[in-house]
Structures are given as C-alpha cells and as structure tokens.
Design a binder for this molecule. Structure first.
Ligand code: GLC
Ligand code: MG
Length: 278
C-alpha cells in the first residue's frame, strides 16, 4: 500500500533514521496564544492527538528556542511532539530525544554569514540585541520599536550593498529576526512535506499572529484561532484558511472539525460549543 511504498522510499532516500512518521496527516501549531492559553481545550486536543498518533503527526512551529519550547510545553503538560520547528523555522528537531535535523541545517546554511551580519547591523542604534538565549546559530534577534527602527527597506538595501544575504522578519511591532534566506516556519513545513512524502494539503497548520502568516498562506490547510492578532484579519476569505470563532486550542479543534477530521465523542460539536466562550 501507499504507506509501505513511502517507507521504502524514505529508507532509500534518507536511510533508516529518517524520523519520518508513517502518518497520513500532520498538525503543526504555533505555541503562544494558539496551542496554549486555555487549559481545558488544550487537554481535550492533546488527549485526542494521543488517540490519533499512528495516523496524524503532531508538531509545533515557534519563535522560541528549542529549550524554551520544551520548557513551556512541559509546564503545560504537553508531550514532546513528533517534530519541533523552533527559532522561527531555523531549527528542526524530532521527538523526545530532540534529534536535530542536520539536513535542514545544511540546507539553510546557504549564504549565511552570521558574524558579518551582526557586525553590519551593529551600526543601527535603534536595533538592540535580544537576550543571549534568543541568539542562535541561524537566528539573530533584535528588539526594535517602530519609532527606533530604521525602515526595513533601508536595512535591506544596506545589507545588499554589503553583499550580505538575510531574511528580515518583523513581528509584534517589537521583534526583528534576521534569518538565512532559506529559513522560515513555512519553508520548514514545506521541507517536512518533501521529506515525509506527504502532500502539503495533508498538513493542518494553526497560528494566531503576524509571524505565522507565511506558514498559513499556501497549499496547507490553515486554521487561524479566534483570538488572533488584528494583522491576520486580512487572511479572511482566502482559500484553505479557516478563521475559527473559538480561542486557543478550542479554535484548533473547531478548525479540525471544519476540515472534516473525525473527532471522538468527547469532542463532538456540543462540547465545542461550550468552549467558544473562553
Ligand atoms: C520569540 C523569540 C524571539 C523572537 C520572537 C519573534 O519571542 O524568543 O527571539 O524575536 O519570537 O519571532
Ligand atoms: Mg503565537
């Protein structure tokens, strides 16, 4: 059958240790204000995911570092997911053992000159480096308020003149992330689709704010939780994007239902209806 073929294919392509779950679908969710925020619906969602483990992979995609993501998931009693896309897509790890995806690192290293970028960006007084734990091999992060920040276009031009290549992601009117050109949450998901031999339409992706935009648009099936930031309102009426009424994990559950996932009896519409008030 299809699964067996995919397994054989994966072994040929990547060797036994491919960390490719033999699943039909995957749910990839942002952490802050999407997965987390409402304990009751979070528990319902994680219990249900547990029952679907063999056919549905579960992953997170976050701006947090892998250490910080693991800590906050533990604090909220969420099992370590099958895949962790962290530091805004610049790192991928698998499972409880947090096995790093070295292929991803090799892929995004292309044109990345971290030290030269840090040096070049130091001349903008409006950009302040974030705490050391937020600085990663493939992510330079700054604090920048809209008042203090030079226009992004100016920074881009300046880097271009220096022949430096990077992707600038500005979010929450507060954070500026500088990443390799090939790294982002959305790129990481496309890489997993390729690696797992799973069509993008089989990926359900959930988020709440601006830095999720790029992974929500495209060929995946997207869920925007009801408590989303204003900037995501623009995604309304787009193909493959469902704006839930419910908040946090209840919004994810509502989205899963919208996409026709079979939820078990605890999660039938009546129970979900109650959750829309969170
Ligand atoms: C998280 C990270 C931070 C990043 C921000 C936006 O808060 O800790 O480094 O700038 O997400 O992506
Ligand atoms: Mg979020």
């Amino acid at each position: 059958d299809k699964k067996r073929l995919r397994r054989q294919h994966a072994i040929i392509l990547h060797g036994e240790k491919s960390y490719m779950p033999l699943v039909d679908q995957a749910l990839i969710s942002d952490i802050d204000n999407t997965l987390l925020g409402d304990r009751r619906s979070l528990k319902q969602l994680t219990d249900w995911l547990q029952t679907r483990r063999s056919s549905l992979a579960f992953g997170i995609a976050t701006g947090r570092s892998v250490e910080s993501a693991v800590a906050v998931l533990k604090k909220n009693q969420v099992k370590i997911p099958d895949v962790l896309i962290t530091s805004v897509g610049s790192e991928i790890h698998y499972g409880k053992k947090l096995v790093p995806d070295l292929g991803w690192a090799a892929h995004i290293r292309h044109q990345w000159r971290r030290d030269a970028l840090a040096e070049a960006l130091a001349r903008f007084s409006g950009l302040r480096l974030q705490a050391p734990e937020n600085q990663r091999e493939f992510k330079l992060s700054y604090l920048a308020t809209p008042d203090s920040m030079p226009p992004l276009s100016e920074i881009r031009e300046y880097l271009q003149d220096l022949k430096l290549h990077a992707q600038l992601i500005y979010s929450h009117e507060e954070f500026l992330d500088v990443l390799p050109v090939r790294a982002s949450k959305g790129h990481a998901i496309r890489y997993l689709a390729y690696k797992w031999g799973l069509p993008l339409e089989n990926f359900l992706v959930a988020g709440d704010s601006g830095n999720d935009t790029e992974m929500l648009v495209g060929d995946t099936r997207a869920i925007v939780v009801g408590n989303h930031s204003p900037e995501l309102a623009a995604l309304r009426n787009q193909l493959h994007i469902y704006l839930a009424r419910s908040h946090h994990a209840a919004g994810i559950i509502e989205g899963l239902q919208h996409y026709g996932m079979e939820l078990d009896h605890d999660l039938q519409p009546a129970a979900i209806g109650e959750l829309t008030h969170v």
